[in-house]
Design a protein around this ligand. Sequence first.
Ligand code: ATP
Ligand code: MG
Ligand code: MG
Ligand code: MG
Length: 477
Amino acid sequence: MQTADIRQRWLDYFGDRGHTVVPSASLVSDDPTLLFTVAGMVPFIPYLTGLVPAPYPRATSVQKCIRTNDIEEVGKTPRHGTFFQMNGNFSFGDYFKDGAIGYAWELLTSPESAGGYGFDEKDLWVTVYEDDDEAIRLWKQIAGLPDERIQRLGKDTNYWSTGQAGPAGPCSEIFFDRGPAYGADGGPATDDDRYVEIWNLVFMQYAIEDVRSKVDFRIAGDLPRKNIDTGMGLERVAFLKQGVENMYEIDQVRPVLDEASRLSGRRYGADHDDDVRMRVIADHVRSSLMLMSDGITPSNEGRGYILRRLLRRSVRSMRLLGVDGATFPELFAASRDAMKAAYPEVETDYDRISRAAISEEEAFLRTLAGGTTILDLAVDKTKAAGTPALPGDTAFLLHDTYGFPIDLTLEIAEEAGLTVDRAAFDTLMTQQRTRAKADAKAKKSVLADLSAYSEFRRVGETVFTGYDELETSSRIL
Ligand code: ATP
Ligand code: MG
Ligand code: MG
Ligand code: MG
C-alpha cells in the first residue's frame, strides 16, 4: 500500500464520517513559541484550548511535522524521522472516547477492500493511562481486545498536558507487534522495537491546576467541552504495510537512500554503520527539502539553523560513506521526485530550493576542507605530545572562525583515537555567549526598539513539542 493510498484512505474515512478535511498547515507554525509544527494538533490549538470557538465540530488532516528532538534517533530506530506526516482526527466537544476508539479500531482493522488498512486484529496492542478504567472498558467492548493486550502505563507516557494550567487528559496508544524476530513478547510496555507505536489517542477531559510538572498537578474538574486529538504516523503505517524494515525504506524516502548508495558505491544492507548513514541522509535530505519548500533558508539562527544542521549532517554522512564531492544535486532531485505527487510545490519551487541547497553544500565543503587541514595538524601535534585530548581552544577556533561544528571535531578526534578537552571548549563557548549578550545590551541602548528581535530569539530557544515536553532546541545543536 503506497503512502499516498494510506493518506487518501484516511481522509476518505474521516471525511465520510462528518470530519471537515483541513489541508496541512506550514511546517512553520503560527505560534511564535513553537519552532516548528510538531504534531497534527498544532494548527488546532486555539480550538482545543477553547480560546477560539471551533468552526466545525470535527476535523481531519494529514499534517507535515518536524521534530528536532528525535534527531538522534534517526536511522537508528526504525520509526523516527525529523520530518514525518501525522494523520489526525479531532473532535471539538463532539464525539469522545468511544468515538475515537471506535473509529481507530475500524479503520485499522477493516479489510483493504473495504477502504481500511487491513491490519490483523491479533497484531494490535494498546496502552492506556493506568487509572483510565473507562478506556479499558471501551477497548474490550468495542474492539473485543483481551486483557493481555491492554497495558496500563503511567503519566510519563500516557497523559497529555501542556505543562501549564488548562486542558489535559489521559492517552491511549495503539501498537503493532512485528513478531518474535524483533524482541521478547512482553508487549509495548517493555519493547518499542518489536511493538511499534502507530497511533496516539488523546482524551482531553480535565482542567488541571497547581501544575508543578507534566506529571505533577491537580485535577480541578471536568472540561465543559471534552475534545479528541489523535495522531497516527503516516510513515509508520506505510513501513508496516509495505513490508519493509523501517520508515526510511518506504516509497517516499527509499529513492534518496538508494541514490546515496549509488553515489557512494556502498550497498545498503552490507554494513550497519553505513546503513545508518544512508538512512540519516534519506531523512535529512527530505526534511530539508520540505523545510525549504515552506520558505526556510539556511542561516545561523532559529529555524534556519536547524535546516543548516540537517544539511550539514547530510554532507557529513556522505563523507563518512567516502564521498568528498557534491551530492546534493542528485540527492535532492531524488527526494523531489519521491515527494512531488503529495506536495507539488517541491517541484514547482525546485529551482529556488535546489539553488539554496547546492550553494549551502558548496560552502560547507569549503569549510570542511579548510577545517580538516587545521584539525589534522592539531591531531598530529596532540599525538606527538603524547596527550589524549585535543585542546579546547583548537576546537573553539574551528567552531568560531571556521564554522566547523563541534560534533564533527569530536567525531574526527575519536576516529584518530583522541578525545577533546570539552570542559575548556565549553568555557570558551560560555565566555563568547556572555560577550555576545553584553554586545547585544550595548546595541540595545543605541537602537530604539528591539522587541521584535527578542520575540524572534524566543523562537530559537523554546520548542513546544506537542505530545512531548517543553525543551530547548539547543540540545540538538
Ligand atoms: P515514539 O514514542 O515512538 O517516539 P511519540 O509517543 O513521541 O512516538 P506522539 O507524540 O504520540 O509520538 O505522536 C503521535 C504519532 O506520530 C505516533 O504514534 C507516531 O505514529 C507518529 N510519530 C511521532 N514521532 C514521529 C517521528 N519522529 N517520526 C515518524 N512518526 C512519528
Ligand atoms: Mg517520541
Ligand atoms: Mg510514545
Ligand atoms: Mg505517543
